[in-house]
Design a protein around this ligand. Structure first.
Ligand code: TYD
Length: 139
């Protein structure tokens, strides 16, 4: 029985609400409403040097929502069989990532902010950081 049955098709690009007026925009997010899980943790990546990539792992349980709060970057997701690249560049778009999906994030624009909403607190034992281990778990 494979540990992971999720595929990249379970990861969706969603459009978040945008409250617009002449002084700018607001995007509100509630756990369990616009997104399919309760939010336990928020973190953000910033000051990523040009040419660097982040991610390079999968999670066993963690669900995440990734937003380009500022600037742009690419999220490459894979389930061991298929791969897809999402270019995030709007603060009202978000990519949901289900458990069992490998992700890399690269092509960060200068000054970009990668905002992540997560379903669980940080737990190193939830990570799979070795790609060949990941592929074995997907078999
Ligand atoms: P990691 O999740 O591997 O970063 P990324 O996927 O962005 O490349 O985390 C990098 C380091 O930061 C790792 O040593 C764990 C630590 N960390 C925390 O302590 N708390 C957190 O919420 C996160 C996301 C990472």
């Amino acid at each position: 029985m494979p540990l992971f049955t999720t595929t990249i098709d379970d990861c969706k690009l969603i459009e978040l609400p945008k409250i617009h007026n002449r002084a700018g925009n607001i995007t509100p997010i509630h756990g369990g409403k616009e997104i399919p899980f309760d939010i336990k943790r928020v973190y953000y990546l910033y000051d990523v040097p040009g040419g660097e990539s982040r991610g390079g792992h999968a999670h066993k349980e963690l669900q995440q929502l990734i937003i380009a709060a500022s600037g742009s970057f690419d999220v490459i997701i894979s389930d061991g069989k298929n791969k897809r690249t999402f270019s995030l560049n709007r603060p009202y778009n978000a990519l949901t990532i289900v458990p069992g999906i490998w992700r890399d994030i690269d092509n960060f624009s200068s000054g970009s902010i990668c905002l992540v909403l997560a379903s669980h607190e940080y737990d190193e034992s939830d990570y799979i950081r070795d790609y060949s281990t990941y592929l074995n778990l997907r078999k």
